[in-house]
Design a binder for this molecule. Structure first.
Ligand code: BDP
Length: 335
């Protein structure tokens, strides 16, 4: 190589080195990458809100934290994901308060059938002092609640007949989420409960492993269950919130400034989820109707409610310390 070419090469190497160094400095090399769990497909209201959360955290922390959401339960089933978030293997997620119960006993109060009379009441109470009591119980178990997502109300659906009275549930094999309270609930109606992962329900409905399940309209529709279980009966037995929450271990490492930024991001995401939820509920209901699903009212819900008495009694006998929380939720709705 002649001296000129050699000088050129040296300079090129030098420049390349400089460029690489600059690139390293410019990209937030030290940005913390959070992993977030989600069970739903990307276009679901909760998924969109989780993406908003990720974007807001990134922006509000000026790129110090870059969360990534993993949709469709690719990071595992819900009970495992809650456990992993508790121990810090995952950083955040959207969890239903049902599967939270086995790990956070107070959360079971939210799984008591008919505990909230409407979604509006649920929001009102969860956004206040009652919600703070749940958040405190979760914090003791390693989770920081950043917001309460809506999940409508859950109703029964099945393959071959409408459910109008508890008699219609007799002998029915019903899939429930992972929580013994739901087994008691279905037992009390005379059915046979099968706790099962959400992702297995579709197949189990088609093969007859189960006759039915229970969920809100958006999940009934987005999971495709409406294609194989065409009777949706408005029992509205569970108005159960979900949380946007994160690992306490991750939270504890944040500066106060970043904690505030993350909380704000959680609020923005929660507001968006609640708005999208309403729209999606109407759209999903319509999709089901258009596909020929029969949606029926339950003329007398009090029959179902009366049968839940032993479920409450059993729960309170086992958890006397949670009686005041149950009483306070009921008292707040008594007016
Ligand atoms: C959906 C919840 C999801 C649950 C699912 C289920 O959003 O978290 O896993 O129900 O029934 O409504 O398992």
């Amino acid at each position: 190589m002649n001296p000129a070419a050699s000088r050129k090469l040296t300079r090129a190497i030098h420049l390349a080195g400089l460029a690489a160094t600059t690139a390293l400095l410019a990209t937030p090399a030290l940005a913390e990458q959070w992993r977030g769990w989600n069970i739903h497909p990307p276009e679901y209201p909760n998924s969109i809100a989780l993406e908003t959360f990720a974007k807001e955290v990134d922006e509000r922390t000026e790129g110090r934290i870059t969360p990534k959401v993993y949709h469709n339960a690719v990071l595992g089933d819900q009970p495992d994901a809650i456990e992993q978030t508790r121990n810090g293997a995952l950083d955040f997620g959207n969890f239903n308060m049902g599967p939270m119960g086995p790990m956070v006993p107070a959360a079971n109060v939210l799984s008591l059938p008919f505990i909230f009379e409407s979604e509006e009441r649920m929001y009102e109470l969860m956004d206040g002092e009652i919600g703070e009591r749940f958040a405190a119980a979760m914090e003791e178990q390693g989770l920081v609640a950043l917001g309460w997502f809506g999940a409508g109300s859950r109703s029964l659906y099945n393959t071959d007949h409408p459910v109008e009275t508890p008699k219609d549930v007799e002998g029915m094999k019903v899939r429930v989420m992972n929580n013994d309270l739901y087994v008691d609930m279905i037992d009390a109606l005379g059915g046979n409960a099968t706790p099962m992962a959400y992702g297995e329900v579709y197949q189990s409905l088609t093969t007859g492993v189960i006759d039915g399940a229970e969920n809100n309209f958006p999940s009934y529709e987005s999971s495709g269950h409406y294609e194989v279980a065409g009777y949706y009966s408005l029992t509205n037995h569970l108005v159960i919130p979900e949380c946007l929450c994160m690992a306490r271990s991750t939270w504890d490492e944040l500066s106060e400034e970043d904690q505030a930024a993350v909380r704000e991001a959680g609020q923005v995401a929660t507001e968006q989820q609640r708005e999208l939820w309403e729209e999606r509920t109407a759209a999903s209901r319509q999709t089901a109707l258009d596909a020929g699903v029969e949606i029926n009212e339950v003329p007398d819900k009090s029959e179902f409610q009366a049968l839940m008495q032993p479920v409450y009694e059993g729960f309170l006998a086992e958890n006397p310390d949670l009686a005041s929380l149950v009483d306070d939720i009921r008292a707040a709705q008594a007016d």
